[in-house]
Unconditional design. Structure first.
Lengths: 234, 118
């Protein structure tokens, strides 16, 4: 399905094996009549995800094999840059992010006050429940980043965010694997970043791919890369 | 271990850790592949600092001379990391093949489209 640029905002949805939930999300996005174009980045799904997306008539870029969520997001940023979009919104394909919150996340960026707005699961009245280990992990990373940047960060691993061109062209240039790039927070203090409270919907279909061992490995990668980027020159 | 070999081991482990850190910092090594070497560096450091740890490990493994336990564990590590690299290389070779195929198919499709238009 081809895309014809109608708006100056692009919604990027990175997906990997989400055949059960992606259809519902795309339906509600299309029904909402957002002033935004929609793009799905399929990260080499082995199930019917790609077929579902195509059947909904949504523009999709499919990786030939799995390369991680960071790479998928980067593909989206590269496309947005090349196609001349001014704003992007990144939303997860598993249906946990409410399409209704898109405008909340987008408005601080569109108003020109901030370069990046992150939907935080820990702000406001949202009742985010997760495993004890994950909460601990996210808290450690958030505290570390808050300490290093002097900015209040509550949810650094959130997959729901909006960016302007200045911010997403950074992500289009720099290669990331499967964690949020801490360098943007540490070295680019001129990036205005804010957090917006969002509600998290309960996962309807499928299961999270995160196991305890994987979270430990993820923690190592994020914390190590934060520490390394402190010593990296800009 | 005597004091001299202890100090040498500490120097080696610290240098290894700094070198790995430097490689990641300059983006020559990915965090993913740094993990094994960081664990090795920490392992050597602990063995050098903890006085009787190596003798105890040798005793557990039934090895008479403690330094032989170092060789034994070292060889096991080398075998494991080589298997790991074999897996990584196999995966890269497969992905490389698929990219080349996809590129060739896209080129052919482009050629067909061009022929249709002109």
């Amino acid at each position: 399905m081809a895309i014809r640029k109608k708006n100056n905002t692009l919604i990027i949805i990175p997906v990997f094996n989400e055949e059960l939930s992606i259809g519902t999300l795309l339906e509600s996005l299309k029904a909402k009549e957002n002033e935004a174009d929609i793009m799905v980045v399929d990260d080499g799904s082995g199930d019917k995800t790609l077929d579902v997306v195509v059947s909904k008539g949504v523009f999709v870029v499919a990786h030939p094999f799995n390369m991680g969520i960071g790479t998928s997001f980067q593909t989206g940023c590269c496309f947005a840059l090349e196609s001349g979009y001014d704003y992007i919104v990144r939303i997860d394909g598993d249906g946990q992010h409410e399409p209704a919150s898109i405008n909340d996340v987008l408005s601080p960026v569109k108003s020109g006050k901030f370069d990046i707005a992150i939907g935080s699961r820990f702000l406001g009245a949202s009742k985010f429940k997760s495993s004890f280990m994950r909460i601990i992990g996210i808290t450690i990373i958030a505290r570390l980043l808050t300490f290093l940047t002097g900015k209040k960060v509550t949810d650094p691993t959130s997959g729901f965010c909006a960016m302007n061109k200045k911010a997403f062209s950074f992500f289009a240039r720099y290669c990331v694997d499967d964690y949020p790039e801490p360098e943007i927070l540490i070295h680019h203090r001129d990036f205005g970043i804010t957090e917006v409270p969002i509600n998290l919907m309960k996962r309807k279909e499928g299961s999270s791919s995160i196991t305890p061992l994987k979270s430990l490995y993820y923690m190592y990668k994020v914390i190590f890369s934060i520490i390394v980027s402190i010593f990296r020159k800009e | 271990m005597n004091l001299v070999s202890r100090i040498i081991s500490i120097i080696i482990s610290v240098s290894l850790l700094f070198f790995i850190f430097h490689l990641v910092r300059t983006k020559k090594l990915k965090e993913k592949y740094a993990l094994g070497w960081i664990l090795v560096g920490i392992g050597i450091f602990i063995l050098a600092v903890a006085r009787n740890l190596l003798s105890w490990i040798a005793y557990i493994l039934g090895i008479k001379v403690p330094i032989n336990a170092v060789f034994f564990l070292g060889i096991i590590f080398i075998v494991l990391i080589n298997i790991h690299f074999s897996l990584v290389i196999s995966n890269l070779a497969e992905q490389n093949k698929r990219i080349a195929q996809k590129l060739a198919l896209l080129e052919a499709e482009l050629e067909n489209l061009r022929a249709k238009i002109l």
